[in-house]
Design a protein around this ligand. Structure first.
Ligand SMILES: NC(=O)c1ccc[n+]([C@@H]2O[C@H](COP(=O)([O-])OP(=O)(O)OC[C@H]3O[C@@H](n4cnc5c(N)ncnc54)[C@H](O)[C@@H]3O)[C@@H](O)[C@H]2O)c1
Length: 466
């Protein structure tokens, strides 16, 4: 690292250490390489907690899960439909909250039409706290903007509630540790709702991985590539919360949709572990150019101060030597893509569109007929057993319904949830780690071990246990 980068980066990294990483004691004031190394080392250190591991934890069965919902915007207003689908046998919504009265009224009207009558909370920034204190809630679903995820999860767990939170669960290293430590201290579930793990293609690929179709898994490529320009600049997100992250941060802001399924393919936290990453971003141009075209009344009109490059790419190395390429691009005309590529010694799959190559069929993709045979033979039991119900309810091709069903069903039966707080932390921490690496010109950044060494114990994924 050059002296100039050393000096420049140190100043920035010190600021980042306080704001982004959030860990106490990181914001040093001296300059020099040693200090940057010390900061990088500290990022990967364990933050002590007082609880016991929740890996594999099961809570007592709950016949009908009483659900409280916070955040009824684009996502929340759709997700209550899937909880409603499980009413009254498996779940009921006892309370709903959104800072905006209109969102609450619309949700209430829909739920009333369908036989439910939840208590409503609205109008103030903290109304959700009152809701979370209620005795008649087992599970809080959190579907607000990213900054509110961890504070809401932590408070709800402290009130004795299980939580399921939208992606990403946390946006700083400190927040990741808060989730882990609070879940361990309260012995409450904290699941990040990574719906893509439940896609029919993803669960099919997962099943093939576990049945050995791909041989030894060596690398993967994943992404969140989705042109969101009109949404970022428009009024779709409450107070335009999402584009504000693009002004302040340059890294992978939304890592988990592509990464979650890959983490399952690779047994991350179940025998393997994200070891370190290196990250780089392209030139930023799309946001600036689009900003010229929006209404002059728009607060982002003609703005040029966007920090986030059009494409961010991170390379993640795992402890077992595997590699993942992870991309984030929400600003270019590139068509929607999560890539969903997984490579092994005997096979390879790539999505968009889904294609399969296996050694026994020679070079190239297998023909349509063979592909169909593999799809049928290795369809995941969840999809095989519930296809009709899943297709009836849908939600991103059915993955949203499966996600909600699995959370509620596991709680009904007193089983561990499919994704635990260690998954939430390890998948979400990509955001701050990639930002640090981008800032340091691609310097490798080591991951914290949220499992405190327990990742080394092989564990079967819950989605295969029944
Ligand atoms: N898994 C998926 O496929 C998927 C899809 C879309 C969005 N998401 C995630 O869902 C979350 C919400 O995204 P969105 O598009 O619905 O955003 P949104 O802005 O439409 O919704 C957020 C809601 O939170 C409410 N809110 C804000 N502050 C609040 C407070 N203090 N108390 C109560 N309510 C408050 C807002 O009024 C708004 O209705 C994000 O984390 C996003 O990444 C996930």
């Amino acid at each position: 690292m050059s002296n100039e980068l050393d000096r420049r980066s140190f100043l920035k990294i010190s600021a980042l250490a306080g704001a982004l990483i959030g860990l106490p004691g990181l914001a040093c004031t001296r300059s020099g390489k040693t200090d940057i190394d010390a900061i990088l080392e500290k990022i990967s250190l364990n933050v002590p907690g007082t609880g016991k591991s929740v890996m594999g934890m099961a809570a007592p069965p709950i016949d009908q899960v009483k659900v409280g919902v916070i955040g009824l915007g684009n996502r929340g207003s759709g997700m209550i439909y899937h909880v409603q689908a499980l009413f009254p046998d498996k779940a009921t919504i006892t309370a709903i909250c959104d800072i905006r009265q209109k969102q609450v009224e619309e949700a209430l009207s829909y739920l009333k039409e369908n036989g439910q009558n939840p208590a409503v909370y609205s109008g103030t920034e903290d109304a959700w706290k009152e809701m979370v204190q209620r005795d008649d809630i087992d599970l809080v679903l959190i579907m607000t903007n990213w900054k509110l995820h961890t504070p809401m999860c932590v408070y709800a767990m402290q009130q004795g509630k299980h939580v399921a939170v939208e992606v990403p669960a946390a946006i700083t290293v400190e927040e990741c540790w808060q989730l882990v430590n609070t879940s361990e201290e309260t012995q409450r579930h904290c699941m990040m709702m990574e719906n893509v793990c439940y896609g029919s293609e993803e669960l099919w690929v997962l099943n093939m991985v576990k049945k050995g179709v791909f041989g030894t898994i060596t690398y993967a490529e994943a992404a969140y590539i989705h042109n969101l320009l009109w949404m970022l600049f428009g009024d779709s997100y409450y107070h335009k919360w999402r584009i504000r992250h693009h002004v302040k941060h340059d890294g992978n802001l939304y890592p988990t949709h592509g990464l979650g399924p890959v983490a399952w393919y690779m047994d991350i936290q179940r025998g393997d572990h994200f070891e370190y990453l290196t990250s780089m971003s392209s030139l930023q141009a799309s946001l600036t150019e689009y900003a010229k075209t929006v209404d002059p009344e728009n607060e982002f009109y003609n703005r040029t101060d966007f920090k986030h490059g059009d494409l961010n790419t991170s390379l993640i190395k795992t402890s077992q030597g595997r590699m993942i390429t992870l991309k984030h691009d929400v600003a270019t005309p590139r068509p929607y893509n999560r890539i969903n590529a997984i490579a092994g010694t005997m096979g390879y799959h790539e999505g968009y569109p889904s294609r399969l190559a296996v050694n026994e069929y020679g070079h190239g993709w297998v023909e349509e007929e063979v592909y169909r045979e593999y799809r049928e033979k290795y369809e995941h039991p969840i999809w095989k057993n519930m296809r009709v119900e899943i297709e009836k309810h849908g939600g991103h091709g059915g993955m949203d319904f499966v996600l909600v069903y699995r959370i509620i069903d596991n709680l009904n039966k007193g089983l561990p949830l499919d994704q635990d707080v260690y998954d939430a932390a390890a998948w979400s921490v990509i955001t701050p780690l990639s930002e640090i690496s981008v800032e340091l010109e691609g310097t490798p950044v080591k991951f914290p071990d949220f499992s405190r060494g327990k990742w080394q114990e092989p564990r079967e994924l819950q989605v295969f246990k029944r």
